[in-house]
Ligand binder design. Sequence first.
Ligand SMILES: Nc1nc2c(ncn2[C@@H]2O[C@H](COP(=O)(O)OP(=O)(O)OP(=O)(O)O)[C@@H](O)[C@H]2O)c(=O)[nH]1
Length: 795
Amino acid sequence: MSASHVLASNGIPTTHIHTLSSPKPKLNGHSPYSTPALQIINDEKQFTLSGLSPGSNLNDQISAWDLRDVGFDYNLVAVFGSQSTGKSTLLNRLFGTNFDVMDESKRQQTTKGIWMCRGNDMNVLVMDVEGTDGRERGEDQDFERKSALFSLASSEVLIVNLWEHQVGLYQGANMGLLKTVFEVNLGLFGNKSQENANQRTLLLFVIRDHIGTTPLANLQTTLTADLQRIWDTLSKPVELQDRKLTDYFDLSFTALPHKILASERFESDVRALRGRFTNKSRDDFVFKPAYHKRIPADGVAFYMEGIWEQVQSNKDLDLPTQQELLAQFRCDEILTSALADDPIEAGKVIDGLGEMMRSWRSQALSRYDSEASRYHQGVYKRKRADLAGTLDSTLSPLFLGQLKNLHKAALVSFKAETVAGLKVEGYNFADVVIKARAGAEGRFSDGAREAVVAEGDAMWQWEEELRLLQDEIRSVADQLRKDETKKMINAIERSFKKQIAEPVDVQLSRPTPLIWDNVLRTYTETLATSEDLYLSKARSFDCTDDENDEAVTTLRQRAWAALRAKIDEQTADTAILTKLRTYFEERFRYDEHGVPRVWKPEDDIDGTFKKAKDATLDLISLYAKIAPQDPDLAYAPPEDGEAESDAPGLIVFSETKALELGARFRREADAYYVEAKRSTVMGIAQIPYWMYGVLVVLGWNEAMFILFNPIYLTLLLIIAAGAWIIVQLNLAGPLMHVGGSIALEVKRQAETRLREHFTEPLRAQAQAAMENENENDDNDHAPAPEPRRRILEPF
Ligand SMILES: Nc1nc2c(ncn2[C@@H]2O[C@H](COP(=O)(O)OP(=O)(O)OP(=O)(O)O)[C@@H](O)[C@H]2O)c(=O)[nH]1
């Protein structure tokens, strides 16, 4: 194939060399060269729809290709790839087209602009696109971006042609270009209408000169990952943020061996690939209905011209974005590496984060400036603002994270400082809190101010966070104050208990009519001191009046509860019975001088007993209710709030309890009574003197009998003589002593026997009488005279 672009004097290529040799294209021919190629976009970036000679514009050419009336029954395929990668060669083989192929010996760019040809014997419009990184165009990448975008937007299948060794290279594999193209494509044509919702484009990657050492699957993985990464980093329009690569593109991969080194396999593989374009019944047939643009064939020319206009007028493509991409790419890299170890997530405050972020930002921007400022000023500025926005939105989460961590740290340090301050002897709560608060808020503000990247921007505000912190500090301080107040009240309560314990004990065990006056006086005085103590301490706590009122009320309630506990302890059953017994004993068993009484029969046991018992029973009602005699001391227990005389808080024990105590006491008192009575019986139990007279009278006969009986008389005389001798020998003393002892012992034994015999029935009887009396609750305890009679009876 020879060089084919013959330029007219106006610089527009007039026709293809083959059309020169065959002016009227052969419409349905089967020869590979039967359909001439048309340059639809020349290298001056003009679309060849109008203003060209008849037969040389796309509209006419479509008619000439016999496609005008096919409606939707046609397909559009384009190729994309670096220059001289065998694109034209591939297309010619796949579609039987006759695009120019580079002359091997010259090695120069052949395809300029965009050419279109009808596939041989198939309703396929094939576009051969000028290779990217066009050497001939030098640094101007404008055309390659536009042509790539144009092919992507207009064709159903885009063949991405690349050498195997280009796979994995960012620039080499045109990834940067693809990114720009994707981005602009999304911006221009991405918003699909309802009916086009499922429409996609197939990207068919053809990997050329595939040696086979790296399996196609691996190459495919690499390419897919690259594309995915490109897609993820696209700056998408807001409404398309969540669109995925697969919403727009299907990916397909194939590889071809070296054309010259493995020419046979190359040819057969290409033939096989061709089958995917021609054989509709194949599963991998590439022209799926979803890819079709739904433009009738007769409108294709206008449609494509429209697309080209949109592409041409698009400002985003004007900028040589490679530099910008590089800048952004670098920014991303810098950011990613800076954020790699996720410093903010760790919940730690990063020292100097603001400084770091400011330098990342200015580095990224200045890199961009240095590389992109040479270009179109408007675009340069717009893109710069975009970049700044991207940088800010990347840095902003770091800033917010830093704020959160500063907040947390400040709160922790506030708590720690306050708690430590409260452990110092003689602390002043308000001072401790104020100092800790100032420290914490100061540290937060300093840290936050440091982290600000751009002063004055709403994105870098931290005052709101400070307010949140202040609120939290306030509530923590409140809680601490409440805890401290509670502790203080507990301490005061403890000391109150200690202070009242002894005086109240003493007062309660000395029953006088003024007992409650004394107890309440002790109570109110101690309570007043405690309240003063609280209020003087609370001053440093900055408590509100309400809180103080509440605390004092609590204190009063606890104090009253403490007093009641003390009173209850002292008036518990055994305690109160002991008190009653003592009181009774003092009156019954001791006289008014405190000397123990020894009852004599003539003593008024009954009267004394009654008096002492009544006085003691009166005590029960005295103890039953806290009722001072002095009305000034009348106390209203805090729970009730009203000074009601019958307030339950003042009742020590109930009426039923009082009755029960009375009964139990009476039983004890009766036992004392019985004991007293018994002691008089012991006094009576001496033998009266007249008994001796009775003895003489009754024993007279027996005495006479002894005197007049010689034996008894002799015995008597012997005893008398013996006695006389004893007296003479002065042995009377010892003998008398021995005899006295014996007599005494005998007497004692006899007495014991007698007492046992006579007093047992008496005791049983007294017991019975006593029980009987308790049942009747008879206060007039009249002792029966019977025991005395019975004691006398045996005598
Ligand atoms: N190694 C190798 N060379 C090829 C292959 N296909 C074509 N060539 C040669 O590569 C050169 C360029 O072929 P073209 O088909 O003109 O390449 P192109 O990509 O269309 O070139 P431009 O249109 O100028 O961008 C020609 O000499 C072809 O013979 C291939 O698969 N492998």
